[in-house]
Design a protein around this ligand. Structure first.
Ligand code: SF4
Length: 235
């Protein structure tokens, strides 16, 4: 069964959330059921880019990953788009048999029974600034599908006060799950270069905002890849 691939690149580092700094190869699938206002990977979302997406077999994907990793086992990050829309079970089976680990990041809109086969599951519900609807029952379904399987974490990107309030609400729903906040990067939407000073100010605001509330249950991080490489694609 083939998987729709937008791009495969690395090794690079995971730039945010619970695996920040970890060496990984990214496998980005094509297609998404969301249209977030702040999306920075529209080339893996919008149908007009479909011509750039290639159906690839699990063996072809693992082969490409191993070419990039020099044959060494590595963490494979499944990203998108929404990778949960793809038939990934055979890829997980093959990759694991070759010694690789898998992390999958999704907005938690679609649960799959193979979530339990992942090593890491990063659920990233989208905040109000995405203009997408959050459905708590879909998040619950994803958590149920992953039961007794991967290390699970929650991650919310925060641009403003409404996003911050949303993040607190999601954390309160599942306080037992490690929770990460990512500082939003507005530059892709503005068509501008990433501004490290602006990102530092946003991080400071978020740290201060959480501290004022006495909310110390979340890990607050910048997007490391943006600080290092700006909005450059494929790094
Ligand atoms: S869920 Fe992710 S990939 Fe899909 S539109 Fe939103 S930000 Fe983009």
């Amino acid at each position: 069964m083939s998987i729709l691939i937008s791009e495969i690149f690395g090794p690079t580092i995971q730039g945010e959330g619970s695996l920040i700094g970890r060496a990984t190869v990214f496998v980005r699938t094509g297609g998404c059921d969301f249209r977030c206002d702040f999306c920075d990977t529209l080339y893996a979302v919008l149908p007009q880019h479909k011509g750039d997406w290639t159906p690839r077999s699990p063996a072809e994907i693992v082969g490409e990953v191993e070419k990039l990793s020099g044959g060494h086992p590595i963490l494979i990050t499944l990203s998108g788009g929404n990778p949960a829309l793809q038939p990934l079970q055979p890829l997980l089976d093959l990759g694991h048999s070759r010694g690789h680990n898998f992390a999958l990041e999704t907005q938690a809109s679609r649960a799959q029974n193979w979530f339990s086969q992942l090593d890491f599951l990063i659920l990233s519900p989208k905040p109000p600034s995405s203009r997408m609807e959050f459905r708590a029952e879909k998040l619950r379904e994803c958590l149920d599908a992953a039961q007794n399987g991967p290390q699970i974490s929650l991650k919310v990107v925060v641009f403003d006060e409404a996003d911050y309030a949303f993040a607190r609400r999601v954390h309160a729903l599942h306080p037992e799950i490690p929770f990460y906040l990512s500082v939003g990067n507005p530059s892709p939407q503005n068509g501008a270069e990433a501004d490290a000073n602006d990102l530092a100010r946003r991080l400071e605001w978020l740290l201060d905002r959480a501290a004022r509330d006495g909310w110390f249950g979340a890990t607050i991080l910048p997007q490391l890849h943006v600080l290092l490489w700006g909005n450059k694609r494929g790094v």
